[in-house]
Ligand binder design. Structure first.
Ligand SMILES: [Ca+2]
Ligand SMILES: [Ca+2]
Length: 190
């Protein structure tokens, strides 16, 4: 029985530590791509300048939340509409310059791998503009929708999801393990 408890414990630990999959797009403005940012230009400085890409950065886990930075930084004025789905429930979405700058120290990463955490800037227009940009989501849902118009320095948000798998995944794993234990018990009796 101790072995089975150990297996259950190991599985739960594996689930808790499982890497979170990158978000995916359900819909995206035709001709646009959604991809992981691998450039070296500072994020938020208006220097990325890609007209038809929506970018994401795989950020850190802190205080039980996993952070994803999502931004659109075209050179001239461009509109974009997209829906994104994450593999864990969305807990919060930070959309203002103040929220981004305040949470930077907790979640940001070393974009250009030079050992310095100086790869984000937050000029006045960073964050969403009232009346022009929207992001809609429901707490506990994995999906959000965005409708933005941006130029420089672009539109930026930070999406915070649960850091561990959603309850449905845990429930399925526990049910599967319970079934396995039950099968083994029946074998012992037989
Ligand atoms: Ca850096
Ligand atoms: Ca905008």
């Amino acid at each position: 029985m101790f072995n089975k408890i150990s297996i259950l414990g190991a599985t739960v630990m594996a689930l808790a530590g499982a890497a979170q999959a990158a978000p995916v797009t359900n819909t995206l403005t035709p001709g646009f791509s959604f991809q992981q940012y691998s450039g070296t230009a500072a994020v938020g400085s208006g220097q990325v300048n890609t007209a038809s890409a929506l970018w994401f950065i795989d950020e850190r886990v802190a205080d039980g939340l996993k952070s994803w930075y999502v931004f659109f930084d075209p050179q001239g004025s461009q509109a974009i509409v997209a829906t994104l789905t994450f593999d864990r429930p969305i807990i919060d979405v930070l959309t203002t310059r103040a929220e981004l700058a305040t949470s930077h120290f907790k979640y940001s990463v070393d974009v250009d791998s030079d050992g310095l955490f100086d790869d984000y800037t937050y000029p006045v227009a960073t964050g969403l503009e009232d009346g022009q940009d929207t992001v809609t989501w429901s707490p506990g849902s994995n999906t959000l929708s965005l409708r933005w118009t941006a130029s420089n320095p672009g539109d930026h948000i930070r999406v915070l999801t649960a850091a561990v798998p959603e309850p449905a995944s845990w429930a399925l794993a526990v049910i599967a393990l319970a079934g396995l234990v039950g099968t083994q018990r029946r074998r012992h009796r037989g």
